[in-house]
Design a protein around this ligand. Sequence first.
Ligand code: FAD
Length: 292
Amino acid sequence: MFAAEFEYRKAGSIAEAVQLLTDNPEARLLAGGHSLIPLMRFRLARPELVIDIGGIAGMRGISVSGDTINIGALTTHAEIAGSAEVQQANGLLAEAASGIGDPAVRNRGTIGGNLAHADPSSDWGTVLTALGATVSVQGPTGSRTIDVGSLIEDAFVTALAENELITTVSVPTLAANQRAEYAKMAHPASFYSVVGGAVVVTMDGNRCTAASVAVGGLTPRPVKASLVEAALSGTTLTQDSIADATARLSEDLAAAGVDIIGDLYASANYRAGVAPIEVKHALMHAIGLAHH
Ligand SMILES: Cc1cc2nc3c(=O)[nH]c(=O)nc-3n(C[C@H](O)[C@H](O)[C@H](O)COP(=O)(O)OP(=O)(O)OC[C@H]3O[C@@H](n4cnc5c(N)ncnc54)[C@H](O)[C@@H]3O)c2cc1C
């Protein structure tokens, strides 16, 4: 099916994109187009104006400054997966990027578009929530910073105003005593996440001194698993202690007050059952008790 008729403008700068959005509240930004174009072709989105931001130079690229990795919103998943700087500073980012979709998706899809689209099956929301990442957002009155954990409010709903765009994603580097992993049950056709669990553990020998755990895919927005985190913190990580900690995930999901997603591919019950297993896998891989 062809998209409904629309006007096309190419923004030359962030300021121009913001101005166009402000002047045209029904307009949509176009980054990699891997979500917007299918929506338009199915006529689930019918923007009168499409603002192509793909040529804005300042929104692309990766740089590491101190303990922060700054990734332009237009940076593709493939660029993140292939970046030696990212692999060195935070291997989880490169690993998660390389598990997104297929090569065509990774070569066109952008980290900013992925977050702004807020598809519950996407990987970046879950991974970046566990990593404590933030986004810089530009609007008509200036810029602001939002935690990725607060950016995604519901399925396909974000905290962005209609005339704001994500310009940069900032992610902490991993310290020498931190281990991070992401494990997902991927849909076999698209590789979208059916259930995904991301973990970051700070270790003192075999003892975990701090943990950050997020799950997604099964929930409309990524959920931070604070009871699992508390059960891991201060604990010597073994197969048993990890199993005990991840068993608390159902309480975290209940406390988050979110509906568990069920569809033709996997029921809500099935997803809820798989979630602690994915978190357990991520933890076991993170600390070397299991290998891919
Ligand atoms: C077959 C297939 C398989 C996929 N598999 C996976 C997967 O396994 N895991 C996964 O995580 N993702 C997956 N994706 C999603 C893909 O990786 C893209 O990240 C996603 O489609 C959105 O990024 P985009 O750059 O294409 O955004 P676009 O489609 O261009 O835009 C999406 C939405 O975000 C808005 N937007 C774009 N950029 C910005 C910005 N900087 N600021 C504010 N709003 C913005 C647009 O206006 C639009 O509403 C898959 C997609 C396809 C088609």
